[in-house]
Ligand binder design. Structure first.
Ligand code: FAD
Length: 286
């Protein structure tokens, strides 16, 4: 079923994002993760594409793993920067043949260390180009990314919102946010979107904050502010990984509770393929 329809039918629920495995051991662990989390009857599950250097093959393999369960609505992510239009269309044919009805349409990032990357010298320059291709292709419900604190390359929140509106107007059916650790950024994103007349569903992307150093590194390249009080509390637990994890999980539980209290009852979890962390959060916010 198309996710747009699922979101029309259900005003609460969870969604899980996984990443493809690199090794046979990782594949087994991913299968185990899927097996555990499917019992929470997610609205949909998604599989990242190419992030961290993984190729198309790994995503396709991991998508097949999700499809094997036969009970999950599966959304592969697809990035377009540096891709050729013909290759993208071949992949869409493959996904369509497998019964997939949803694609997360992303630009992706230029290769690391290339500062003067020319975004205009490709079949696709921005996510909007992939949204247009998907729209013309016709079969898929389209998800896109939006950024509560603005995308790292954007000169201003206004400019980022203008670009987001353009890709949504081009045919996106729903959006998922970049991670954020202070709900005020999500609420203010929603305000900005409403002011622009955008009314598609926008699911908050929740990253469990369990290792402050790793998340700080990641957050700095994604523009996601970690509140000082939680950063300091977690830093005091450096060297005590279990204590740090507990502080982080408690923080994420409270973040989810506050969203739910404010009527945001559909949550998209970046699972990091760690089911034990996600289940602790889900059991606490039930
Ligand atoms: P775009 O919407 O194209 O925006 C990118 C930047 O370009 C923004 O600053 C925007 O303001 C600007 N821009 C847009 N249009 C124009 C224009 N016409 N002229 C000038 N500037 C413009 N990455 C992966 O590699 N694999 C994944 O699986 C993956 N999954 C993700 C899932 C989520 C929920 C999120 C939030 C991100 C994900 N990413 C993934 C990361 C994403 O690829 C990067 O954040 C990337 O830098 C931007 O992608 P986008 O689709 O938002 O791009």
């Amino acid at each position: 079923m198309k996710i747009s329809q699922i979101l029309k039918n259900k005003d609460q629920g969870v969604c899980f994002e996984f990443f493809p495995a690199r090794t046979e051991k990782g594949r087994k662990s991913l299968a185990n993760t899927i097996g555990i989390l499917k019992d929470y009857k997610p609205l949909y599950v998604s599989m990242t594409y190419g992030a961290g250097g993984g190729g198309q093959g790994r995503t396709k393999d991991a998508v097949s793993l999700l499809l094997e369960t036969k009970e999950l609505e599966v959304m592969p992510h697809l990035t377009c920067l540096g891709a050729q239009c013909t290759a993208i269309k071949e992949l869409l044919d493959e996904y369509k043949d497998k019964g997939i009805e949803n694609i997360m349409a992303l630009r992706g990032d230029p290769p690391q260390g290339v500062n003067d990357f020319d975004f205009t010298q490709n079949d696709f320059s921005y996510a909007i180009d992939l949204v247009k291709t998907l729209k013309a292709y016709g079969s898929f419900c389209i998800g896109v990314a939006v950024y509560p604190e603005g995308h790292i390359e954007a000169a201003s929140l206004e400019q980022d919102m203008e670009h987001a509106k353009q890709k949504i107007d081009a045919g996106a059916d729903f959006a998922v946010t970049q991670m954020f650790f202070d709900n005020k950024y999500y609420y203010s994103l929603m305000d900005r979107m409403h002011k622009k007349g955008i009314d598609i569903p926008v699911l908050p992307g929740i990253l469990p904050l369990t290792d402050v150093e790793k998340v700080k590194q990641f957050a700095s390249i994604c523009r996601a502010t970690i509140p000082k009080h939680i950063e300091e509390k977690m830093q005091r637990a450096i060297g005590q990984p279990q204590e740090m994890e507990k502080i982080g999980i408690d923080f994420t539980i409270e973040q989810c509770r506050q969203l739910i209290k404010n009527g945001i009852k559909r949550l998209h979890f970046f699972t990091l393929n760690k089911p034990q962390i996600i289940t602790k959060i889900l059991e606490a916010v039930k």
